[in-house]
Structure formats: C-alpha cells, structure tokens
Design a protein around this ligand. Sequence first.
Ligand SMILES: C[S@@+](CC[C@H](N)C(=O)[O-])C[C@H]1O[C@@H](n2cnc3c(N)ncnc32)[C@H](O)[C@@H]1O
Length: 238
Amino acid sequence: MSKPRLVPDPGAELALAALRPSEYTAALIQVLQAKAAAVRGAKVLEIGSGSGVVLAALGELGAASLCGIDIEEDAVTSGMLLLAELGHGETAELYLGDMWLPVAARRFDLIVANLPHFPMERSDVPGRLPTWSAGGSNGRALLDPFLGGVAAHLAVGGRAIITHNAFVDLERSREILARADLALSVALTTLVYIPEDKLSRISAAVLAVQDGRSIHRYGPYAFGDMHVVEITRHGVAG
Ligand SMILES: C[S@@+](CC[C@H](N)C(=O)[O-])C[C@H]1O[C@@H](n2cnc3c(N)ncnc32)[C@H](O)[C@@H]1O
C-alpha cells in the first residue's frame, strides 16, 4: 500500500500554508525537548493541534500515545497525514471538536496547547484561518476554558505545558489554576515578533498597559514577551 502523501492537491497546499508552525510552536517544542523525560512513555493530548507538528515532536520524543483535537477539519486531516507519514499513525488519534469535548471523561499524563490567545477581537489576519490566533479582547476567550478544564483531564502526576503571552495576565491564570490546586511555573520566556497585521488588531486596552512593558516597539517593528508555562499539581516538581 502506498504511504499517505502530505500535499495531495493545491487546496490542501493552501490549508497547509495557513497551518504553518509559528515562533510559538517552536518555543513550545523547545520546552518539550528539554523535558523529554516527562514525554517518554506519556499519554499526551494537544488541544488545538493545527498542523500536527507538536504531536509529531512528542511522538519522536517517545510519547506512548498521541491525541489531538482541533476545531478545523483541515487541521485534523493534515495532522493525521503528517503523523501517519512519520510513522505515528498507530498511536495517534485526532478529533474534530471544541476544546475538551472530544475527551470529556479522559485523563492524560501530558497536555499541551498553543491556543489562540492574542488579545484581539478581529481574527482576519491574512494568511491564517480566523480560528488561529484571536483570543478576544483580553486574550482569554479560549485560555480560561482551557485552564478551567486542566485538573479534570490530568492523570496523577501529570502536567500541562502551554504557551502564554506575557501581555495576557499571567497572575489571573495562576489564580484560576490555584482554585483547582494547580501551580503554574514559567519554563521559558522568549521574544516573538508581532507583525503589523496583528499589532494593528491588538486590543487597545492591552496595548495601553503593556506597551513598553511586555510589548517592545522600535519604530514600525514590535516584539512581545512570551512564556511557555508548566502546570502541575501543587507539590509536584516540574
Ligand atoms: C495558534 S494555533 C496552534 C497550532 C499548533 N498547535 C501549533 O503550535 O502550530 C491554534 C490552533 O487551535 C485551534 N483551535 C481554535 N479554537 C479551537 C477550539 N475551540 N477547540 C480546539 N481547537 C481550536 C486552531 O484551529 C489552531 O489550529
């Protein structure tokens, strides 16, 4: 039987371009590589799996099983093709669905996410799908339901690792998690380029507070501080 091909037609090529990894994807994979011991043998879940590349990296690091969820049909198709092509087809399952719904009663050793959490209402960033990066005016439209569901989906001793813009209130995330007896620690902080088509859409309230703090502008160019954070049960070392 011939192997599945990653780019079967021009329409699929367009979908793949829209799902291309970003600097956020790269930073998340960097932290996962640094924590390879936590990945080896783990049952993993990614919410918002996009191209499937983060799951592919987790597979290469030795995860026992790979589960992905995305709201976009193209993402589920592309992810499945990528994982099959890289030899992870047997251990991978991808679901088309919203956030936690497809895995309602299940728990995982490692949950990862690079959610849409850029503080903007308008989501028509050129070259991306509308569901890619907009997190509502404060960036929390998907972040909060994610944080609210983590405890119910972590196995004993499990952890979550997610991207978290520094200009989206980290302390609020810490408080939400603390209510579920979970702790948040910063695993990596890096600087990401904010292209003009995103900067022009950023929520005015966030820019007013964060300009010069976690958003750094040099003439027409802007960068933002971005964290990759780890979420564990209180008392469990990261
Ligand atoms: C910033 S992209 C990250 C994609 C990929 N994980 C990566 O790092 O390259 C966010 C992903 O979340 C998906 N998404 C948006 N809303 C979602 C929802 N309610 N439930 C599941 N996935 C969602 C998008 O389709 C997109 O693939």
